[in-house]
Design a protein around this ligand. Structure first.
Ligand code: NAD
Ligand code: ZN
Ligand code: ZN
Length: 363
């Protein structure tokens, strides 16, 4: 089978001798991948910031057709067009029943293996022709016809993740909300925040192309990190807020950058009593602010993997009905990348090349 493999730090290989996935458990399904996403989360192991076992097929954003199911699978059948949430979940354990499918007792992340675990501990990902999906009933979702592959791919991770990042801030209509980091996750958060009535929504990113996309989605301003404080103060002033309220902070701030400086900025932009929603994957052994700093400003901190599968229960029907703004056209910049171009794509994505926000591989 053909697919990409993480060979080591900064090294993605194209292989055509990968073992064919098979049904290993009665709850497994096999899926022929028609679209696989490249996510900012794939960059953490690629850059060596997150330890990972080499030899694993990366990719946790998967859309395709079911080709086979184990004898205990009930909700999908061969031929169904499906998407997989980016982690597996059983749907029945206590965390799953609470809606925390990200922390399913049996949950695993596609496309990653711990470096010190045995090889069978790794769950191969979707940047390959075919994939084994454990816990198929809890993990897979059938995709309605009117939802195209690019939108379905956003639904596997970045769209529900961006929405959850916003929801965790507890933002209310008319509250200012800042998104630090305008990759696919950050842009999906901008769209979600506007949809939920946040106003103004301000984006922050060093990459001009990504800032322009945020403004196209409706952000009041999108600025470079060094300008964020001034921009917030200006916006508050322009909107005629009383002088005492003109502080260069917001009640709701999202860290979707994925490094210490982005997180530090997100924390500094959070108003006393506000919430800093850290949706970026954490790869360091401490936060970019101290407990004392958080205490001294009564900042609420939210962190953790998004429960995409649980969020989809409500989100997918709304997307299919056209009732939720999906920024597919703004975010999905590369729609048909062949597996052969995968290694070069990783390099370009790692540089955050202008014009490349999110790419869809077509295995
Ligand atoms: N919690 C979850 O469940 C979950 C799910 C998906 C992705 N993620 C994480 O979300 C983060 C974003 O993902 P993505 O796909 O959008 O990644 P991405 O790499 O495409 O985007 C990150 C953006 O942050 C910007 N950035 C870097 N430093 C910055 C700074 N100091 N200030 C402002 N912006 C800065 C970059 O220029 C880039 O545009 C990653 O850490 C990813 O791992 C988390
Ligand atoms: Zn992802
Ligand atoms: Zn579970």
């Amino acid at each position: 089978m053909r697919g990409l493999v993480l060979e080591g730090v900064g090294r993605i290989g194209l292989r055509d001798d990968l073992p064919e996935p098979t049904l290993e458990d009665p709850l497994d399904a096999l899926v022929a991948v028609t679209a696989a996403g490249l996510c900012g989360s794939d960059l953490h192991p690629y850059r060596g910031h997150e330890p990972a076992r080499p030899g694993v097929v990366p990719g946790h954003e998967i859309v395709g057709h079911v080709t086979a199911v184990g004898p205990q699978v009930r909700s999908v059948a061969p031929g169904d067009r499906v998407l997989a949430a980016f982690t597996t979940s059983c749907g029945t354990c206590p965390p799953c029943r609470r809606g925390l499918t990200a922390r399913c007792g049996q949950g695993r992340l596609f496309g990653w293996g711990a470096p010190d675990a045995p090889p069978e501990g790794a769950l191969h990902g979707g940047q390959a022709e075919r994939i084994r999906i454990p816990l198929a009933d809890g993990t897979l979702v059938r995709v309605p016809e009117q939802v195209d592959d690019a939108t379905a791919l956003l639904l596997t991770d970045n769209l529900p993740t961006g929405l959850e990042a916003v929801q965790r801030t507890g933002v209310r209509t008319g509250d200012a909300l800042v998104v630090v980091g305008l990759g696919s996750v950050g842009l999906c958060a901008v769209a979600a925040a506007l949809h939920l009535g946040a106003d103004p929504v301000v984006g922050v990113d060093p990459v001009a192309d990504r800032r322009e996309r945020a403004e196209r989605l409706g952000a009041a301003r999108a600025v470079e990190p060094e300008q964020a404080v001034d921009a917030l103060a200006e916006i508050h002033r322009d909107r005629g807020r009383p002088a005492v309220e003109v502080e260069p902070t917001a009640p709701a701030v999202i860290d979707a950058a994925g490094n210490a400086s982005g997180q530090r900025l997100a924390f500094e932009l959070t108003r006393p009593g506000g919430t800093c929603s850290i949706i970026a994957v954490q790869t360091t052994d401490r936060f970019a602010f101290t407990p004392v700093e958080a205490y001294d400003r009564n900042v609420g901190v939210r962190v953790g993997r998004a429960s995409a599968r649980a969020t989809l229960e409500d989100l997918l029907p709304r997307v299919a009905a056209g009732e939720y703004p999906v920024p597919t056209g703004t975010v999905m910049t590369h729609l048909d990348v062949a597996l052969e171009d995968g290694p070069a794509l990783y390099e370009r994505f790692d540089r955050h090349e202008d014009g490349l926000v999110k790419a869809m591989l077509r295995p």
